[in-house]
Design a protein around this ligand. Structure first.
Ligand code: SAH
Length: 264
């Protein structure tokens, strides 16, 4: 009934329970790239349980019309709860997240919080949503991945799995890269380049070819700040420019190119 996507018996560092009417939607997602390898190595485990398997009757109906009227169908509580309880009876209590556009906004800090929990359950809604009693009785958090409405929780669950899994040491391969990047310090990440040094007339900034580590570091911090100012001023409202950044801005003025080639 519930299907395990893991070939190793080692204790996983991230253990995910998916409650979804469409378990097959995760097939390629869980098989590919770093996450696929982490699952293969037993670092991440993902189990999928479908409420459909717990729905009563020949037609295994999981939804019904809303009380009070209105469009669409609502997932009935019994099959969803039966799926939650079956998964936990087999593999233990998880930190339960109900996916909903009416939830706490998922962000990098939330991802880090979840990475520390180790065992998560992601409950995916469909249609017009899930009977409210499931959240009342079972949700430890209600989580939204953004201010838009998807057709179901599956893609949202995939977003959360990917963001959380890559914070688990040994999933990403190069752990240092999560410390540096966008949002970790309320700043967008600085731009990056690889070979070739010139592409279609655009050259990589000289400082990055200089081999001067301190200079590169300072330049990157300034670029992070500049990019954040341009693209996400809302982040600066919540996390204002630091003294250190101000010093960098002051000291970096003449070192920065007056007319940087368009690259943002
Ligand atoms: N009528 C609901 C939307 C239902 S969308 C409302 O207006 O709130 C169907 C399902 O998709 C939801 O139950 C939820 O599980 C998932 N979903 C849709 N948008 C989402 C979002 N932004 N974040 C997380 N889950 C979402």
């Amino acid at each position: 009934m519930s299907e395990e996507t893991n070939v190793s018996s080692a204790t996983p560092l991230l253990d995910v329970e998916l409650v979804t009417l469409f378990p097959e939607m995760f097939d390629s997602f869980l098989a590919a790239s770093l996450l696929g390898r982490a699952i293969e190595n037993g670092i991440v485990r993902v189990n999928r349980t479908s409420p459909r398997d717990y729905a009563p009757g020949r037609h295994r109906q999981v939804d019904d019309s809303p009380y009070g009227g209105g469009p669409g169908m609502i997932l009935r509580p019994e099959p969803v709860v039966a799926a939650i309880e079956a998964a936990e009876a087999e593999r233990g209590r998880a930190f339960r997240l109900m996916l909903s556009p009416a939830g706490r906004l998922f962000d990098q800090a939330f991802a880090a919080e979840l990475a520390g929990r180790g065992r998560l359950m992601l409950i995916c809604g469909r249609y017009e949503g899930v009977d409210e009693r499931v959240a009342d009785l079972f949700a430890d958090e209600i989580v939204s991945i953004g201010d838009y409405v998807l057709a179901g929780g599956e893609i949202a669950a995939a977003v959360i799995i990917e963001a959380v899994a890559r914070l688990i040491p040994s999933v990403l391969g190069c752990e240092a890269s999560t410390l540096d990047e966008s949002f970790s310090a309320a700043r967008l990440e600085y731009p990056q380049w690889t070979r070739p040094p010139t592409f279609r007339g655009l050259a990589v900034p000289d400082v990055l070819l200089s081999g001067n580590h301190a200079q590169v570091e300072g330049w990157r911090r300034l670029e992070s700040l500049r990019r954040t100012q341009q693209r996400r001023p809302d982040l600066l409202l919540r996390h204002p420019v630091t003294d250190e950044e101000e010093a960098l801005q002051g000291g970096g003025k003449d070192k920065r190119r007056k007319n940087p080639k368009k690259r943002t």
